[in-house]
Design a protein around this ligand. Structure first.
Ligand code: PLP
Length: 466
């Protein structure tokens, strides 16, 4: 692979960044000395890098820039709110944007999810949900109900507790975690199911596995099942058709709370404010969200909580038990004002547009399956994963070259597209404002990037088409 010459990339800004800024997820061998692409500005679905290249923002930042970059209405809202009330403490006071946002969210969340605790992002939302589950069980006299069930392939955050739930390859190789609190189930991705199982049989296997875990540990010890409706950062992994409904039913039968982690799937990515009920037909006990709630214009997240749980807490024998949990920036008025305006923008045509363009986006990306390096293109709405395999027929993961995603990203950038590389996969989740001709541009750039990567692999004798 041809790397850009360092001299091209060496600017003052990059040199400073290399010495002082600790980047997310650094690798020991280059820690404190790693230069990353400098993005200097952005407009709608495009970002511009420091050399002036205009690139489609394939991942929408990090699944978050849902209304697109440089949205005037959101920028005005940020400024106006900062000039009226910048901040008020959530520990002793409240503020009007937070109250209004809570009401809007309760009106849009499924079932009786009428309450919301606002946080600063996705990890703090999932962390809050877990701490609330622990508090709930302590107060209702079930302190032994502490185990958390998650799945291989999942991502729930980067705090100690949320990271303990994560299950992507290599997540735990070098990192500690509260493993004593967590039990992990098989990744529900049918693409990597055992060869002898149909998708239906695989779904039965997954549900039976959860049932067996409950029998083994005892329902009295399991507090919650935490699940992304689509495992996003694992590679847009779609579970079998009735899996979520069946897992939901098992939770209900065994007094296990279902936390749907909708940090990615909420706020338009699947064409709805919340996807749990509208897309997957389930009513969770809690829903965590972040990212798209402000389209990334302000760090904000939250957890929707069922009225049923609060009613139980109120009825408990411990009226003075204190949920000692709050963040300085919970209910931040600027973030809440931005979220309110963002929801208005989504509901003013963008959700409808996402529902309309989503099938076209999926259909176009699926044409890439004809490339010999591509094993599967999957997804829903405006999120998709492209998984490369050494031999598409064998459906084996491409383990001969774990950097294939990075190679594709490099070549795609030459063709005007930024992708999110993920080992042997590329994840695509553009701003919801994307139109048909831009979907075509994106697909074309991906096709060229994958073809160029295949040529590299052949030249370097790392791979041959089957
Ligand atoms: N949950 C899911 C499903 C996510 O995809 C992410 C981040 O990508 C998180 C939680 C953590 O969110 P944050 O990075 O805002 O802390």
């Amino acid at each position: 692979m041809v790397e850009p010459a360092p001299s091209q990339l060496e600017t003052d800004a990059l040199r400073k960044d290399r010495f002082h800024l600790i980047q997310a997820a650094p690798v020991a061998g280059s820690i404190g000395a790693e230069a990353r692409e400098l993005i200097t500005s952005a407009e709608d679905i495009f970002v511009f890098d420091q050399s002036g290249r205009k690139l489609i923002d394939g991942p929408a930042g990090m699944w978050c820039i849902n209304v697109g970059h440089r949205n005037q209405a959101l920028a005005d809202t940020l400024r106006d709110q900062a000039m009226s009330l910048t901040y008020s403490t959530p520990w002793y006071t409240s503020n009007a944007p937070a109250e209004k946002l809570a009401q809007m969210l309760a009106e849009r969340a499924p079932g009786d999810l009428n309450h919301v605790f606002l946080t600063t992002g996705g990890s703090s939302a999932v962390e809050t949900a877990i701490r609330l589950v622990q508090f709930y069980n302590n107060v209702r006299g079930q302190p032994q109900k502490k185990l958390l069930v998650s799945r291989q392939g999942s991502y729930h955050g980067s705090t100690y507790l949320t990271a303990s739930l994560n299950g992507r390859p290599r997540d735990h190789d070098w990192m500690d975690g509260a493993s004593e609190l967590v039990r992990k189930l098989t990744c529900p991705n049918p693409f990597h199911r055992p060869a002898n199982l149909s998708v239906e049989a695989f779904e039965d296997f997954l549900v039976d596995e959860f049932r067996a875990l409950i029998a083994h540990e005892g329902a009295g010890r399991i507090a919650a099942f935490v699940a992304e409706p689509i495992q996003a950062s694992g590679g847009v992994l779609m579970s079998p058709p009735n899996y979520l409904k069946r897992m939901r039913a098992l939770c209900a039968e065994n007094d296990i709370l279902l936390i749907a982690d909708e940090v990615v799937t909420a706020f338009g990515r699947l064409g709805h404010i919340f996807a749990s009920e509208d897309v997957f037909g389930i009513q969770p006990d809690m829903i965590t969200f972040a990212k798209g709630v402000t389209s990334g214009y302000f760090p904000l997240g939250g957890v929707m909580v069922s009225e049923r749980l609060f009613a139980e807490l109120r009825r408990s024998n411990h009226p003075n038990a204190n949920f000692v949990h709050g963040l300085t920036y919970s209910s931040h008025p600027i973030g809440c004002a931005v979220a309110i305006r963002n929801i208005e923008l989504l509901e003013d045509g963008l959700l409808e547009h996402a529902r309309e363009i989503g099938p076209y986006f999926q259909e176009q990306l699926r044409t890439l399956e004809e490339l010999p390096l591509v094993g599967e293109v999957r997804g829903a709405g405006l999120m998709a994963g492209i998984e490369c395999v050494a031999d598409a027929k064998a459906e084996n993961p491409l383990d001969l070259d774990l950097t294939v995603g990075k190679r594709i990203d490099f070549h795609c950038q030459e063709n005007g597209l930024l992708v999110r590389p993920l080992i042997n996969m590329c994840v695509m989740s553009p701003p919801l404002t994307i139109n048909r001709s831009q979907v075509d541009m994106m697909t074309d750039a991906l096709r060229k990037g994958i073809e160029a990567t295949a040529q590299d692999l052949i030249r370097e004798r790392l791979w041959r088409p089957a």
